[in-house]
Design a protein around this ligand. Structure first.
Ligand SMILES: Cc1cc2nc3c(=O)[nH]c(=O)nc-3n(C[C@H](O)[C@H](O)[C@H](O)COP(=O)(O)OP(=O)(O)OC[C@H]3O[C@@H](n4cnc5c(N)ncnc54)[C@H](O)[C@@H]3O)c2cc1C
Length: 324
């Protein structure tokens, strides 16, 4: 028999887990389906910018969020969602191993950063090689760094690093950089930025941590430079094949959301890095996950003819319960 839930959350990263916490705390039946626990949190051994914690780690935050969700009796399974379809009995969620029905869905499938594709790249991940400049640039104050990437990602990464690192090599394949013209002009004037056009990275070296990179230019010349850190900004993959027939997706391949995580489908809400929000950070994913969770809860309440709530807390005065 197909199991039924009021709300199903897709994704066990910070957005999905936060949505699950806010849904299950309202005592709605909630199933969270995810390929793994934590998503991109697993790529963050040192977490400095999550408000309320001075220094934490991504995996520790993921475990804490999971425990919090389970405390409120939320259910969780590890599986991959292959397709969501509308049926007469509700939204059918087909996974690798099973099928479920829900009245509302919260999508939080996040994204995965693209690799550079150089041999031994993974051996230096978080040991000098980084995939999120806005997250990890502050660890490189007054140190020598390089950035390799494409389009606006490269330019934004260069600008950020130029405020912190002592030296930045900006490596790109073409003759010029793509992206915002003013930002490119500002980068070109920075004394600590060295442009390395028509080049790519051939190899990475170091003992435990990254120590140098070898650059290959279009004429076949090689140059090895010592760096403390390399930032890879090659964009990221968002896979929405399982739901793209139901919700509006923007030209960047993100789910278009409005206030409260609403999508173009009345019963489907979304949060986190897979959506059109501007700042792809954990705190934003958690906040938007909470909002999308509450929106989904209000949606199912309205189906039952109930008024819904405005916040996740309430006050009892006499016999009356006030929701804020
Ligand atoms: C290297 C790196 C360092 C970072 N450092 C920081 C930092 O220091 N501070 C900060 O604030 N942010 C940081 N970020 C960004 C932060 O990790 C993301 O903004 C945040 O994780 C987004 O959360 P999310 O829940 O939207 O997505 P994700 O974390 O990507 O989680 C998505 C989840 O959905 C699951 N999923 C996807 N598709 C399916 C499917 N079809 N079926 C089932 N499950 C599915 C995935 O397995 C995953 O569990 C960093 C990112 C990277 C890559």
């Amino acid at each position: 028999m197909v199991q039924e839930y009021e709300i199903i959350v897709v994704g066990g990263g910070p957005a999905g887990l936060s949505a699950g916490i806010f849904i299950s705390r309202q005592k709605a039946s909630c199933l969270l389906i995810s390929k793994d626990l934590g998503g991109q949190l697993n790529l963050i051994p040192k977490l400095e910018n999550y408000p309320g914690t001075i220094m934490s780690s991504g995996p520790l935050l993921a475990k804490t969020l999971e425990n919090q969700y389970l405390t409120f009796n939320g259910e969780m399974i590890y599986d991959t969602v292959e397709r969501i379809d509308e049926t007469e009995s509700g939204l059918k969620v087909k996974t690798n191993r099973s099928e479920y029905i829900a009245k509302a869905i919260v999508l939080a499938p996040g994204k995965v950063p693209n690799n550079l594709g150089v041999e031994n790249e993974s051996a230096f991940a978080n040991k000098g090689v980084h995939y999120c400049t806005k997250c990890d640039a502050p660890f490189y104050q007054n140190r020598v760094t390089a950035v390799v990437g494409v389009g606006g990602y490269l330019v934004e990464s260069g600008i950020l690093l130029s405020r912190m690192a002592s030296k930045i090599y900006l490596i790109y394949k073409g003759g010029g950089m793509g992206g915002d013209k003013d930002m490119i002009a500002s980068l070109e004037k920075k004394e600590n930025v060295e442009l390395v056009p028509q080049s790519s990275i051939k190899s990475l070296s170091g003992n435990n941590n990254l120590q140098s990179i070898t650059i290959l230019d279009n004429s076949g010349n090689e140059k090895t430079i010592n760096v403390d850190g390399l930032f890879i900004e090659m964009g990221s993959k968002i896979n929405l094949d399982f739901v793209r027939h139901l919700v509006k997706i923007n030209p960047k391949g993100e789910i278009e959301v409005s206030e409260g995580g609403k999508t173009s489908h009345p019963a489907i809400f979304a949060a986190g890095d897979a959506t059109s929000i501007p700042y792809k950070q954990i705190i934003a994913a958690c906040g938007d996950g909470a909002a999308a969770g509450l929106s989904a809860f209000n949606y199912i309440e309205k189906l039952k003819g109930k008024p819904g709530i405005r916040a996740d807390w309430k006050k009892t005065i006499g016999d009356s319960v006030f929701h804020y």
